[in-house]
Ligand binder design. Structure first.
Ligand SMILES: Nc1nc2c(ncn2[C@@H]2O[C@H](COP(=O)(O)OP(=O)(O)O)[C@@H](O)[C@H]2O)c(=O)[nH]1
Ligand SMILES: [Mg+2]
Length: 661
């Protein structure tokens, strides 16, 4: 099993999983939509499942079975690993140095399976003394660091084809240790979960065990340090296992005993040793365990990915929602400015007063009306008399316009801010940004745009007059006056405005219109006004766009690609389909061969016999050399062996016949 076998070739399932891996890696979940926290965790978890376990397992199906020994602080994990091997490979103790890397023990001939980044690529590999603090990593891989490392120890006490990891405490006070423990358990083909009589009901281990059961990870439990007469503890634990979908899992009960040279007596670890040795010597059993865990992980990954696809869709929806709020508010702002600058509202107050100062009492208006023929002269005469007044109208117009644009922009900023505040995804983006108001430069920006527009208008008038005979005089004296007239006309340019209909404002506009028509002619005035109006709209749009970009830039920076959800869902379907095909094409489960030669045994395995002085004694009718005969649910599932009566066959679990001597 340790030589690469014919099945160690990438198949369609590996291809489908690699596609899924690439899409999971590209997935971005930056927006704080409800449920995104668990989704981000799921994403990290799914990529870990692929990198640490599934892809390595599928690319090298004949790699040794990875048995991860996990459990609570001080449960006796390190002591158990050492006792199984009969040597101190992993430092036990009350001191829990965070710098100490977890130990992976393998047979010397299996070293190549673990020295590369085939499995657990994020962890550096250390070699050397078990008790030494983490030193310089050897064979460090990109992204690996000494703080997340694995110490490789070769031991020929272990059967080939089986590797043991002494994982950190699942309930460690150090979050890095807890995460590493979870990562190692996620990479396991088989969990050997260690607990004690005092700790077996703790919440943290059960959360992990429940999740393992959910994804059908193969689990065996060891309950340590059972005092004589405390056999109800074993029964209670078995009951908890049954309630948590672990009914088929083996349970080993180890009696409390004094350690000799830090090791448990052979008689105490014998049963676990025998069980693991039997597993190690049976290639079929090993691959059955690996397949069962692998299938569970594939299914779990598909479920997780489907949920992640929804999370990706939720991101796209949230982004669209936030963008819509910006578009709506600033679109409304543009419309408000458009209305306020076309319905005559601008032609009141200061603008009207300055305009009236400029055009006088109406004599000029009458002159224009009555003596159109001589109007050019009249215009010339008029402007010669009052050119100084025109800039004041221009200034009043600029003031009025500024107020309108600022007001609209402020309202839009407030609206977007309120809409984003009310949306968790938006609220998170607003943090630390000054977006509740318009930008501090807005006033200056608006003033600059309006000045720009006013000089555009003067330029338009100049162009319009250029080359027209007889206009030279009017233009030389009256350019500003004509420009102001165009601006006034712009502000009354929707609908067919007449003086009678819109009162003073209309009258104001009519006067400007008559004047301009007298100078340039009807058609020219129409196009002049249209152009000036468009130029104003463009400049207002430029200001509002810059304002709204303060919001949309937050979204642009996040780059949540549309379609990510669908492409993930599609990758998940492809994995599910290929997995189904692969399972359907598996050869039928062969019967379990009995009486195999066990090539190598862990410490105490050879001596172990049912009825021996162990916590689990009496649970077996025969030695567990052939595990199929002794583990009902678990082994039946893995090995296809016949089912025996649960109470007869469970090593420790029934609570009636299992228990310390
Ligand atoms: N007397 C006795 N002490 C034990 C037993 N198992 C573990 N210990 C001690 O309990 C402490 C914690 O054990 P350790 O193996 O480091 O637990 P881990 O944190 O799960 O690795 C150590 O001091 C061990 O020597 C046992 O069965 N009997
Ligand atoms: Mg330990």
């Amino acid at each position: 099993m340790t030589e690469p076998g014919p099945d160690d070739v990438p198949g369609p399932l590996v291809d489908a999983l690699e596609t899924l891996r690439a899409r999971l890696g590209a997935l971005r979940l930056p927006l704080e939509v409800p449920g995104v926290g668990p989704a981000r965790h799921d994403q990290a978890h799914a990529t870990d499942q692929l990198d640490d376990y599934l892809l390595p397992r599928l690319r090298a199906r004949s790699a040794p079975l990875l048995v991860v020994v996990g459990g609570s602080t001080g449960a006796g994990k390190s002591t158990l690993v050492n006792s199984l091997l009969g040597e101190q490979v992993s430092a036990p103790g009350v001191l829990r140095p965070t710098t100490r890397a977890p130990v992976l023990v393998h047979h010397p001939l299996d070293a190549r399976w673990f020295s590369t980044d085939r499995v657990l690529p994020g962890l550096a590999r250390l070699s050397g003394d078990a008790g030494a603090p983490a030193g310089t990593p050897t064979g460090a891989h990109p992204g690996a660091s000494a703080s997340r490392a694995l110490r490789l120890v070769a031991s020929d006490a272990l059967p080939q084809g089986l590797a043991l990891v002494d994982a950190p405490d699942v309930d460690s006070v150090e979050s890095a240790n807890r995460e590493l423990a979870a990562q190692l358990l996620g990479a396991a083909d088989l969990w050997l979960f260690v607990t004690t009589a005092a700790r077996y009901a703790d919440a943290v281990p059960w959360e992990l065990l429940q999740r393992a059961a959910e994804r059908h990870a193969q689990v065996a439990l060891v309950i340590d340090r059972i005092d004589p007469g405390a056999d109800e503890v074993v029964g209670d634990l078995r009951r908890m296992m049954d309630e948590n979908a672990l009914h088929g899992a083996p349970l080993f009960a180890l009696a409390e005993s004094d350690l000799v040279d830090g090791l448990l007596p052979e008689s105490v670890v014998g049963e676990v040793s025998a069980w693991l040795s039997a597993l190690g010597s049976d290639a079929e059993a090993r691959s059955r365990v690996a397949l069962a865990t692998r299938d569970g992980v594939v299914d779990d990954l598909v479920r997780r990915t489907v949920a992640l696809a929804s999370a990706a869709d939720a991101q796209v929806q949230a982004e669209a929602r936030l963008r819509a709020a910006v578009l709506r508010a600033y679109g409304q702002a543009a419309q408000d400015v458009d209305e306020a600058t076309s319905d005559g509202a601008m032609l009141r107050g200061e603008v009207l007063a300055r305009w009236q100062d400029f055009v006088g009492t109406g004599e000029f208006f009458r002159a224009v009306e009555q003596r159109v023929g001589k109007v050019r002269d009249a215009v010339g005469a008029f402007f010669r008399g009052k050119p100084a007044q025109a800039p004041q109208v221009e200034r009043a117009i600029a003031h009025g316009l500024e107020a309108v644009v600022l007001d609209a922009a402020d309202t839009a900023a407030e609206e977007v801010f309120a809409a984003w505040r009310a949306d968790p995804a938006g609220a998170a983006l607003l943090d630390g940004l000054e977006l509740s108001r318009s930008s501090i430069t807005l006033r200056d920006d608006v003033a600059a745009q309006i000045r720009g527009w006013q000089s555009d208008v003067l330029e338009l008038v100049r162009e319009q007059g250029a080359g027209k005979r007889g206009l030279a005089r009017a233009l030389s004296f009256g350019l500003n006056g004509l420009g102001v007239s165009v601006m006034v006309l712009v502000f009354a340019s929707t609908g067919g405005i007449t003086g009678a209909e819109i009162g003073i404002a209309g009258g104001t506009a009519v006067l400007a219109q008559k004047l301009l028509e007298a100078v340039f002619g009807d058609d020219a005035v129409r196009s002049l006004t249209r152009t000036a109006r468009q130029q104003l709209a463009d400049r207002v749009a430029a200001v509002l766009d810059a304002e709204s970009a303060r919001f949309t830039a937050q979204l642009d920076a996040l780059a949540t690609p549309p379609g990510a959800g669908e492409s993930l869902a599609q990758a998940a379907r492809a994995v599910a389909d290929t997995a189904r095909t692969e399972r359907a094409g598996r050869p039928a489960v062969p019967g379990v061969r009995t009486g195999r030669h066990v090539a190598r045994s862990l410490r105490g395995a050879a001596q172990w016999r049912p009825g021996q002085d162990t916590a689990s004694e009496g649970a077996h009718a025969e030695a567990p050399r052939d595990p199929a005969d002794t583990r009902p649910g678990f082994w039946r599932r893995l090995l296809g062996g016949r089912r025996r009566d649960e109470s007869d066959a469970s090593p420790a679990g029934s609570g009636t016949d299992g228990g310390p001597a």
